[in-house]
Design a protein around this ligand. Structure first.
Ligand SMILES: Cc1ncc(COP(=O)(O)O)c(C=O)c1O
Length: 399
């Protein structure tokens, strides 16, 4: 055995995405203790920076020491008790995971299903809320990574509140790439991931609970079934102002990484980050459409950070991905579940959302598809993307 040196890839799949070099450098700094006064100072800064990213003043805003799935589980195990009814709006893979969580809490999911690739239909959600006045929570995914569709969180949260429900919102792929306004929209419990639009490594799940959600936790009849994710116990470590007691050994260096990623986000500014994701998406879209490739999601509901594109007739989608990886060190994603084999998922997330990657992806796809005999218009995509940047309101941001 010898040391492991990973290949240098460009990560344009559904996440993880390219890590910013400042984030990698921060991660390599000396490990200190999880109760060291300097680390505690850092934790307070991370909380403040996350409040900015989520646009909230919620004191209970911090990263769970595990990936996005743990943030999801943290929301469900704390807020859902056996016997509860939870409305889950599903339009892709991750809504299905919410259903699993509800069931594992001993509660009843009421499913509101939408087609994969479509956003969640607020009318259907309203009907379900009316038909289930005993429902306690509405849960949904803002940015469905399996399809690239974005749902209207503001409207869905308002509907939940109109029917006396809390709202749990998955923003794993949304945070940093597309607007999220926790306080303005009244989101009660939210979770995200670090490996998508934050330019950070995987392994943490930022969460935020508002007072209404914490009140529900305080009034539970039963203990939270997960010791590790019990938010009341986690408060001893992450809550309060500077007072910290041991709960678990935090992944110290990963928190350095998140801190640096959030500093980068603050330096750029949230609105600028959202605009950058949109600008790079527009250029990629114009290039792909000039080639003759079709997007899965209708324009107004498309996530700029996750581009789902249909595989042309007769093309082996896995062979294209292998070729891109082998010849260009470029990773793009496959379809999941019902969309496996039919689409590619191309991420433009965080540090990876930049013009250099847009041009690389367009020229590599053009070349690979042309060599495979795909029915595309060759040689026009890069020029069209350049035009898109030239016509954009602002000069392209080079990450
Ligand atoms: C929308 C959504 N929710 C939850 C998750 C789970 O996150 P993780 O893989 O970090 O556990 C993902 C991961 O891609 C996701 O895209």
């Amino acid at each position: 055995m010898s040391s492991f040196y990973p290949p240098r890839r460009t990560l344009m799949g559904p996440g993880p995405s390219d890590v910013h070099p400042r984030v990698s450098a921060a991660m390599a700094r000396d490990t200190i203790g999880h109760l060291d006064p300097e680390f505690i100072r850092l934790m307070d800064e991370v909380k403040g920076l996350l409040q900015y990213a989520f646009q909230t003043k919620n004191p209970m805003t911090f990263p769970v020491s595990a990936p996005g799935s743990a943030g999801m589980e943290c929301c469900f195990v704390n807020l859902v008790e056996a016997g509860d009814k939870v409305i889950v709006a599903q339009n892709g893979v991750f809504g299905g995971r919410m259903k699993e969580n509800v069931e594992r809490c001993g509660a009843t999911p009421v499913m509101v299903e939408d087609a994969w690739g479509a956003p969640i239909d607020a009318n259907k959600v309203e009907e379900a809320l009316k038909a289930n006045p005993d429902a306690k929570i509405l849960a949904f995914v803002q940015a469905e990574t399996s399809t690239g569709a974005e749902s209207d969180t503001e409207t869905l949260v308002r509907l939940a509140h109109d029917h006396d429900c809390l709202a749990i919102v998955d923003t794993v792929t949304a945070l940093g790439g597309t607007p999220i306004k926790v306080d303005e929209w009244g989101i009660d419990a939210i979770y995200a991931g670090t490996q998508k639009c934050l330019s950070c490594v995987p392994g943490l799940s930022p969460i935020s609970f508002n007072e209404r959600a914490l009140e529900v936790v305080r009034n539970r009849k039963t203990k939270v079934q997960s010791w590790f994710l019990d938010i009341t116990l986690l408060t001893t470590y992450w809550g309060g102002e500077g007072k910290r007691a041991y709960h678990h050994t935090a992944p110290i260096n990963t928190i350095y990484a998140l801190h640096e990623a959030l500093v980068l986000l603050q330096e750029e500014g949230l609105e600028n980050a959202w605009a950058r994701h949109r600008r790079n998406h527009n250029a990629l879209r114009d290039g792909f459409e000039a080639m003759g490739l079709n997007f899965v999601v209708e324009e107004p509901h498309r996530l700029p950070q996750l581009n789902a594109v249909s595989v042309p007739e007769g093309i082996d989608e896995a062979a294209v991905r292998s070729k891109l990886l082998q010849d260009y060190n470029l990773e793009i994603g496959a379809g999941l579940g019902a969309m496996a084999g039919k689409i590619w998922r191309i991420g433009l997330m965080g540090y990876a959302s930049n013009p250099k990657n847009v041009f690389l992806c367009l020229s590599a796809m053009d070349s690979v598809l042309t060599n495979m005999g795909a029915p595309i218009t060759s040689g026009v995509a890069v020029a069209r993307a350049k035009e898109s940047y030239a016509n954009a309101d602002q000069v392209p941001v080079s990450a």
